[in-house]
Design a protein around this ligand. Structure first.
Ligand SMILES: [Zn+2]
Length: 149
């Protein structure tokens, strides 16, 4: 089973079918894209059942100390996707730490000129904590209380 798992060519989530079942689910809102650092963050957001849009996996966060800049992440792919799909809103769901904040600010600067609204998860999430470990209630509140960047 493991060797059948690959990256979705649209959202870069882990999947056995390409595009993945989230990207091809017509009942989901194609006008909203939730940007996460890692594929595992999708499962954290999905557990809340509070989100019905689609996703984009960056493959990490901007971290100058580790030599990771936008070029090492799937930022270009995200911007191309925004140009192609013209979504209404981009929700940046990165962890509430220094790298997560730096990444959110960078993306906001890149995306805002396109006219697409950019929002960020509200706090309620544990500071310095991992999205992955947030309980459903906390993450649901954070989604509901997202704010414009
Ligand atoms: Zn996908």
């Amino acid at each position: 089973m493991k060797d059948r798992v690959r990256l979705c060519s649209r959202c870069f989530s882990l999947t056995e079918e390409d595009p993945c079942t989230i990207c091809t689910d017509e009942r989901r809102d194609a006008q909203t894209i939730c940007v996460v650092a890692e594929a595992k963050d999708i499962f954290a957001v999905e557990r809340t059942s509070a989100y019905r849009g689609r996703y984009h996996v960056l493959g990490g966060l901007i971290s100058p100390m580790d030599g990771i800049g936008p070029a090492q992440l799937r930022v270009r792919e995200l911007l191309e996707r925004i140009g192609r799909e013209e979504p209404r809103e981009i929700i940046i769901a990165t962890n509430p730490n220094a790298e997560g904040e730096a990444t959110a600010l960078y993306l906001s600067r890149c995306i805002t000129p396109s006219g697409t609204a950019v929002t960020r998860l509200a706090y309620g999430l544990p500071i310095g904590g991992d999205l992955d470990y947030a309980d459903e209630v906390t993450l649901t509140r954070a989604l509901e209380g997202r704010r414009a960047l």
